[in-house]
Design a protein around this ligand. Structure first.
Ligand code: 9PG
Length: 443
């Protein structure tokens, strides 16, 4: 780390904005006396934070972006990576007396905004420059979606899909895309092989299209179950190979492998998977857990993991024509220019508080905090996905969650069994899925 700045501050009124690595990493503004949110377990660190950094809560730490409001009216300093091709610098800020000492381990520009009326507007000004340096030409309006996840989770069935396609049609809901989430496949990696709860992905897409809607599907393209056919048949396609496989996290009760985005065979396989799904009628893709495409230890030691990640995303893009592409679990700044929409927060859930207290874990409180903290990205980098509306009566504090989507929802999605909605739930779903904004939330 090299020192890049020293900034005198007023401790009682100063604020520090920390930007987290990927979709699920906490991103918000703290008072200088606050202790920033850090992973409460190694499992959460791998899955939801920068997998290689063990950072103390005694210092502030931004991944590619950190900003300081000195609190004395002198303005806001934004320390940020220059563009998405080089967005890996960590930026550290430590309070020494009444001075913030800022250091970084890679290329960072400093923008001193003396006129910005708020942290948000300083970040927005920075984001405009970052987007244009990253080659973002404009923002593509999102379709409205229905997603199976927050109702059915991994036990979704083909019958659940049919029931909701019919209910959406019957209720005349303004939903453009019906998106099948995790649960249809036999194993991560074996994306074209179906669990016994599904008969045919092609016929689901046909059924959706017969109602004049579009079909969407979820995949975790860079994650592989060790017991999948893919891992068994092609151990050399995994990061680290057969001899030293790299640990890519633990979820769904398993230790996970990462698909090597620098391996030509692995990338040909991904092209085959995505182009087959596209041929079967899917033209909205939610690519999830894509942090695994940027794991250290790619097959060619001379390849930068972020270059590998970005080329992996471009490979996916090349296989799906002009389908709409939504990133999730994704390194945020390195993805700018490569996806149409991005999940900018951890998952929402039926409960308000994260079960283990970790601010990266599913719950509406943490989803709203980080979705708010990244509001400035909407309309500049892409369309922000704040995660789906869930509006059925069993959702804790459902009015607060709906307010968050009303204020900061770019991609508008619903994820309830339609038949479980009461009058308020149905009316709120109709209201919030009525439009999908592309204009920035923050000016
Ligand atoms: C499918 C889900 C949904 C969801 C994604 C992602 O850290 N965690 O425990 C954790 C739990 C769930 C999760 C991500 C992280 O959800 O965000 O929308 O697609 O995968 O498995």
């Amino acid at each position: 780390m090299k020192q890049i700045d020293e900034l005198p501050i007023s401790p009682s009124s100063a604020g520090v904005y920390e930007h987290g690595w990927q979709s699920w990493s906490p991103s918000t503004t703290y008072g200088v006396g606050d202790r920033p949110h850090r992973p409460l377990s190694d499992r959460n660190r791998m899955l939801c934070y920068h997998p290689d950094r063990r950072t103390s809560a005694d210092v502030f730490w931004g991944e590619g972006l950190l900003a300081i409001d000195a609190g004395d009216g002198s303005g806001i300093r934004v320390y940020g990576a220059p563009h998405s091709r080089s967005a890996k610098a960590a930026i550290r800020a430590e309070l020494v007396g009444d001075t913030m000492v800022v250091s970084s381990d890679g290329p960072v520009n400093v923008h001193f905004d003396t006129a910005a009326p708020s942290m948000d507007s300083a970040l927005a000004g920075w984001a405009d420059r970052f987007a244009s340096a990253s080659g973002v030409a404009g923002v593509r309006q999102a379709p409205t979606i229905w997603c199976s996840w927050y109702q059915y989770f991994v036990t979704v069935t083909e019958a659940d899909m049919i029931e909701n396609i019919d209910a959406i049609q019957r209720n005349d809901l303004a939903i453009d895309v019906i998106q099948l989430d995790d649960g249809y496949q036999t194993a991560h990696g074996d994306w074209l092989s179906l669990s016994d709860r599904f008969g045919s992905l092609e016929s689901i897409a046909e059924k959706i299209k017969s109602t004049d809607r579009r079909a969407g599907i979820w995949l975790a393209p860079f994650l592989v179950f060790p017991d999948s056919e893919l891992a068994q048949q092609h151990p050399d396609w995994m990061v680290g190979g057969a001899t030293a496989p790299v640990h890519a996290g633990n979820h769904w009760g398993r230790d996970l492998l990462a698909l090597d985005s620098t391996h030509p065979g692995a990338m040909e396989y991904l092209v085959e998977v995505f182009s087959t799904l596209h041929r079967w009628g899917y033209d909205f893709f939610k690519i999830d857990f894509v942090y695994a495409g940027a794991m250290q230890g790619g097959r060619y030691a001379d390849v930068d993991p972020l270059d590998a990640y970005r080329s992996g995303l471009r490979t996916i893009r090349s296989a799906i024509g002009d389908s709409y592409l939504l990133g999730c679990g994704a390194p945020i700044l390195p993805s700018v220019g490569l996806v149409d929409a991005m999940r900018v927060s951890p998952d929402t859930e039926l409960h308000y508080q994260p079960i283990d207290g970790d601010m990266s874990q599913p719950s509406s409180r943490v989803a709203a905090m980080t979705g708010r903290g990244r509001a400035f990205q909407h309309g500049r980098f892409w369309v922000n996905d704040p995660d789906c509306l869930i509006a059925r009566p069993s959702v804790e504090r459902r009015e607060d969650w709906a307010d968050h989507i009303r204020n900061f929802g770019g991609l508008r999605g619903s994820s309830d069994r339609i038949a479980d909605l009461d009058d308020w739930g149905l009316a709120t779903t109709r209201e919030l899925l009525g439009s999908s904004p592309t204009e920035p939330f923050i000016s």
